[in-house]
Design a binder for this molecule. Structure first.
Ligand code: HEM
Ligand code: HEM
Length: 127
């Protein structure tokens, strides 16, 4: 594995470990107040980013480099914002709601960039 695929997959491994640590903390403390934070770290950070990683590992040489790079960094930055924002929000700090909203819109935008990267590959035929 190399390049963007490797970066996405490596970050997914890190998020998976962090998300499970949070899950364990929730279970042990019997306080599930951060469930949405845990759920998003797991399904976005681990599962989605692992899929992106595998996708780029397969199509590394086919995808437009600049767009793929934009997807990587917009996804990483907005995901970090989303998770930190959710953590603050579910700690009772509702003043961070606009930050969560901004991060959410940015994450949605990063997914649209991924669609722009991946969709043309649906039209390509393998030899
Ligand atoms: C060490 C492993 C894990 C622990 C200790 C753990 C712990 C928890 C706990 C305590 C909850 C809250 C349950 C509730 O209040 O109803 C939860 C919810 C959740 N977990 Fe985990 N979890 C783990 C791994 C995972 C993994 C691997 C995934 C996904 C790949 C995942 C995805 C979710 C989701 C999506 C929810 C929300 C479920 C809902 O909406 O009802 N978790 N987890
Ligand atoms: C655009 C950014 C996103 C926003 C603003 C967002 C927002 C939310 C909100 C408000 C909830 C309800 C939380 C609650 O129980 O009170 C939720 C639940 C959930 N979302 Fe998201 N979401 C986003 C992206 C995603 C993505 C991309 C995935 C999957 C890949 C996902 C998976 C889930 C799951 C599994 C739950 C149920 C777990 C729970 O109840 O905490 N979300 N989301």
């Amino acid at each position: 594995m190399q390049g963007i695929g490797r970066t996405f997959f490596a970050s997914a491994l890190v998020y998976g470990v962090l998300g499970m640590l949070l899950g364990l903390h929730m279970g042990i403390s019997q306080n599930h107040g951060q469930m949405p934070t845990h759920a998003h770290i797991m399904v976005v950070g681990w599962l989605s980013f692992a899929v992106f990683g595998l996708f780029y590992a397969i199509y590394e040489n086919t995808v437009p480099k600049l767009l793929a790079r934009l997807h990587l960094w917009l996804a990483q930055v907005s995901f970090a914002g989303l998770v930190i924002g959710l953590w603050l929000l579910y700690s009772g700090q509702s003043q961070y709601e606009p930050f969560v909203a901004l991060s959410s819109v940015a994450y949605a935008a990063s997914f649209l960039v991924f669609v722009a990267v991946a969709f043309p590959i649906l039209q390509t035929r393998s030899a």
